[in-house]
Design a protein around this ligand. Structure first.
Ligand code: FES
Ligand code: FES
Length: 167
């Protein structure tokens, strides 16, 4: 059985018929061809499928697409096509990816912190990333990459940029 789903994805209004049992991850990948959202475990354990739902990071394999009616969804494709977003640049500079399978999930976790415009310690970032798994990098370069990107986006109380990007 199918029902109509209307929502905003990466700034675009989308309206589609979706199967009532379809997950958001499958909807993004299979129906919209947004294959940057990866499916690793498909059981809420690895975080490769992380997207932002109304600005909060969630594992899209655990969410029914139809529960996102009128929601605002951001996927890794929202960053930049040519790797120019500060987070993507920082991942590159810090060698924070190897096979890259986990990377979309970590980038979206990083984006959720980056958007806050506050600074976080490496320990706080590590704690925040606990639900995302990487079998290649040992995590330290990922934490370093997110930390550096966030430093470049730190704002004061008036919302003015005070961070010095080291990118
Ligand atoms: Fe969703 Fe692993 S694929 S958490
Ligand atoms: Fe390979 Fe993270 S870079 S799983």
């Amino acid at each position: 059985m199918k029902k109509n789903l209307s929502l905003q994805i990466n700034g675009q209004n989308i309206s589609r018929e979706v199967n009532i049992h379809q997950t958001l991850a499958d909807f993004l990948r299979d129906d919209l061809e947004l294959t940057g959202t990866h499916i690793g475990c498909d059981s809420v354990s690895c975080g490769a499928c992380t997207i932002l739902l109304n600005n909060l990071p969630v594992k899209s394999c655990a969410i029914l697409a139809l529960s996102c009616q009128n929601a605002n969804v951001m996927t890794v494709e929202s960053l930049s096509e040519d790797c120019t977003h500060p987070l993507q640049q920082s991942f590159k500079k810090n060698f924070a990816l190897q096979c890259g399978f986990c990377t979309p999930g970590f980038l979206m976790m990083g984006l959720s912190l980056w958007q806050k415009g506050k600074e976080y310690s490496p320990k706080e970032i590590a704690e925040y990333l606990k639900g995302n798994l990487c079998r290649c990098t040992g995590y330290i370069p990922i934490i370093q990459a997110i930390s550096e990107a966030i430093k470049g986006n730190t704002k004061n109380e008036e919302g003015e940029s005070v961070g010095k990007s080291k990118l």
